[in-house]
Design a protein around this ligand. Structure first.
Ligand code: AMP
Length: 761
């Protein structure tokens, strides 16, 4: 059997989860532990240790033990974050080709995705032993505010580890899924995710199994590590006072201080005062080793951590403002991430949101559980597409009765209380379908951008040889928006659309070229483009007063004529007259109200479920989760003078795309390059450079006579792709995206081969 899993690839710890027999759970290693430290240590004997044994080597062999890679992945060498980490972390870093940041250890260099790949491989091994089957596909989670490069680099890590990525899923969305999937309720949630290296807050509407993100905001450099650092600084001050030696002068010693600080912090979550001893801080008279004995009270910790914790609420205010909500509009606050175990954090969350944070699911495991649910849904959709022929009755019904589906949209009715006290998530059943089809295309990494700024020609993609003509200027002629969502968007999405529909700034050009301005915005009405959009749109238009609307006969990734009666509500099963599958005895059934019971009797296609279900779980249809996520950052292209032309605004629901029309500004211009970035600044250079779009083999013609429509599309993973077409001929134009610091296809193969050959422990 080939199982699918969900992996929460964390800064500090990684957790792998699976969804089996209606139960989502984090999978334990051979010692029963579900947290795999995201640490990789290169042993002198040539083996690579990962997880707990690697973490144990942090103090013994700090120069060969790599951690906190998630803070760096997808960031190029010249970024502030990498520079800061390089100065602070005990292991060595180097600049690689294309400004990639490399880890240098034991005479070898490794890319950041390669280091993460070791952790993913360990997660995969843990899963394979726990499940007793091979694991080749996974949903992998990332912080909601990860940009395109960080997502792409995470995907590269998975490929190096030999895993096919079913989906890159935002962590808070995964957490919400674990919390709300199958609950059958309508709630407005805040997911407060305070981990080791990052803080994220996401506001979502959960309505039955539709999870719609309203806003997300985050700080990629705010986490429990900052609290450890503040404690370690206090300890260093104390060492300086007691022994006249500053441990900050020795990064390896200071790292030991940080580890001791973290342990103090953990213990202070349950104790009021803790004393620690750091051995051999320095040497005194006669070479005598001097230790540091240090005591910290919870109160002192709270003084140190207070300003750090407060910063999380700035981000919360930001998210609330973006969604135009107040804390009073929220029904629930979900606590995610190890730092939410800190009593001060719990208390401040309660004060800020005016309600206690919900933490009945383990804050460490909840994300992996949600990812596992989504993995199972996506794998199920694929299995049905490829393996099961459409049963005639269902196919006929689907083709003759469009719009009749297998679930309900949100309706009114009382909200059942949250199921308390569950360490693991139990669901009645799972519909093996998802909001989008899995990626079945083979992985095709986008090309690496060798240098920036003052770009040199990137490695050439296959295809016609580009002309020798220098790149010139393309002037923005117009814009055409197609945000794939319907009416009734949240206010920020509306604002984002308004932004998107605003005329673009003066012009597009290669950075050095002077140019004229020709701007004619053309804005198309948004159009629902998939069954998912229709579902989303109907959901958005529905309210508590409006009776639930049946789902359409399919969702994206599961065409109508492939509707499987196993996905249908009980009545559909009667009609399909399928033989019942064998149901194992240990399959759990849900006791209590089913989501189906939310459907009013007037919905004639759906029979209300009894409140106690005795039907075997796999035959019950909890609708597939529909995830409506947003892009956390504005996508822009660079204009003349180093400004941004915003293409897709922050908080726009994904998938979405936007088409810009360009016109040549130089006679016989055949190539053009435009820089693409993500961020909120109006100045392009202050945002994150993703890379460069190259349009090549353009039709040779006098300037102004070639108009190229370029479509920038963000997929459900929040990742960018581009395509282009010559408006006059209607033919596709070569458009290639070169991303900063990512390996090309051939390089990736090499990395995967080297990785597979490495001995791990
Ligand atoms: P995550 O990134 O979600 O794995 O969270 C890791 C962060 O949670 C690290 O900064 C840990 O030090 C912190 N953490 C884990 N357990 C506790 C605890 N019991 N008390 C305080 N912080 C904790």
């Amino acid at each position: 059997m080939n199982e699918v899993v969900g992996i929460d690839l964390g800064t500090t710890n990684t957790v792998v989860g699976a969804f089996r027999n209606g139960v989502a759970s984090a999978l334990p290693d051979e010692d029963g532990r579900t947290l795999i430290p995201s640490v990789v240590s290169f042993h002198p004997n040539g083996s690579v240790l990962v997880g707990r044994p690697a973490r144990d080597r942090r103090t013994i062999d700090p120069k060969s033990t790599v951690y906190s890679v998630k803070r760096l992945i997808g960031r190029s060498w010249d970024t502030e974050e990498v520079k800061r980490a390089h100065a602070r972390l005990p292991f060595d870093m180097r600049e690689g080709p294309g400004q990639a940041a490399l880890i240098a250890v034991r005479g070898e260099t490794y890319t950041l995705p390669e280091i993460s790949a070791f952790v993913l491989r360990k997660a995969r091994t843990v899963a394979e032993s726990a499940l007793g089957s091979s694991v080749e596909r996974a949903v992998i989670t990332v912080p909601a505010n990860f940009n395109d490069l960080q997502r792409a680099a995470t995907k590269v890590a998975a490929r190096v580890a030999g895993l096919e990525v079913l989906r890159i899923l935002n962590e808070p969305t995964a957490a919400a899924l674990a919390y709300g999937y199958g609950k059958g309720t309508s709630e407005r949630l805040a997911v407060y995710d305070f981990g080791g290296g990052t803080f994220d807050v996401t506001l979502l509407d959960l309505s039955n199994n539709v999870f719609e993100v309203l806003a997300t905001a985050g700080n990629t450099f705010l986490g429990g590590d900052d609290i450890d650092l503040a404690i370690a600084e206090r300890m260093a001050d104390e060492a300086l006072r007691q022994h006249r030696y500053d441990p900050r002068e020795d990064p390896i010693l200071f790292d030991r201080f940080r580890l001791a600080a973290e342990e103090l912090k953990h213990r202070l979550s349950t104790e009021q005062a803790v004393t620690t001893v750091v051995r051999e801080v320095t040497h005194g008279a006669g070479g005598k080793a001097l230790d540091l004995t240090f005591t910290l009270t919870r109160r002192e910790l709270e003084e140190l951590a207070g300003p750090i914790v407060e910063q999380t609420f700035d981000t919360c205010r930001d998210a609330l403002a973006v969604a135009r909500l107040t804390v009073g509009d929220l029904d629930q606050v979900l606590l995610v991430g190890g730092s939410t175990r800190i009593p001060l954090v719990k208390r401040r969350v309660e004060e800020f949101f005016r309600r206690a944070g919900e933490s009945h699911l383990s804050p460490d495991e909840v994300v992996a559980m949600g990812a596992a649910i989504q993995a199972s849904a996506l794998a199920g959709a694929e299995r049905r597409k490829s393996a099961i022929p459409p049963p005639p009755a269902a196919a006929r019904r689907a083709s003759t009765e469009p719009g009749v589906g297998r679930g309900t949209l949100p309706g009114g009715g009382p909200r059942p209380p949250a199921e308390a006290g569950l360490g693991r998530l139990r669901l009645s059943s799972m519909v093996d379908a998802a909001e989008s089809g899995p990626e079945t295309k083979p992985f095709e990494p986008r090309q690496r951008l060798p240098t920036r700024p003052g770009l040199q020609p990137p490695a050439r993609p296959p295809g016609p040889v580009p002309t020798t003509q220098p790149s010139g200027t393309l002037l923005g002629l117009g814009s055409r928006a197609r945000v794939k969502t319907g009416a009734g968007l949240g206010p920020e999405a509306e604002a984002a659309r308004a932004d998107a529909e605003a005329p673009p700034p003066a012009s597009f050009s290669a950075p050095s070229e002077p140019s004229e301005t020709h701007v004619t915005p053309v804005v198309a009405a948004p159009e629902p483009s998939s069954a998912l959009d229709e579902v989303t749109q109907r959901y958005r238009e529905s309210s508590a007063e409006v009776p639930p609307t049946p789902w359409p006969g399919s969702i994206e990734g599961l065409p109508p004529n492939e509707v499987d009666p196993l996905l249908e509500p009980p009545r559909a099963l009667d009609e399909a007259a399928l033989p019942l599958p064998e149901i194992p005895d240990d399959v759990p059934t849900r006791v209590g109200s089913s989501p189906l019971s939310q459907a009013p009797p007037s919905s004639s296609r759906l029979r209300p479920a009894p409140s106690v279900l005795s039907v075997p779980a796999p035959l019950l249809s909890v609708p597939a989760p529909v995830l409506v996520d947003v892009t956390p950052l504005t996508l822009s292209v660079e204009t003349v003078g180093g400004y941004c032309d915003a293409l897709i605004g922050r908080n726009t629901p994904v998938p979405c795309d936007r088409t810009r029309t360009f016109v040549t500004a130089v006679d016989n211009q055949t190539t053009v390059r435009v820089r693409v970035g993500q961020g909120e600044s109006a100045r392009f250079g202050e945002n994150t450079l993703l890379g460069e779009l190259e349009l090549s083999a353009l039709r040779a013609a006098p300037r102004g006579k070639v108009e190229i429509a370029v479509t920038f599309a963000l997929d459900t993973n929040g990742m960018l792709d581009v395509s282009a077409r010559d408006l006059a001929t209607g033919h596709a134009t070569q458009a290639q995206l070169y991303l900063v610091g990512l390996p090309g296809a051939r390089e990736l193969e090499g990395l995967a081969a080297r990785h597979a050959a490495q001995r791990t422990g």
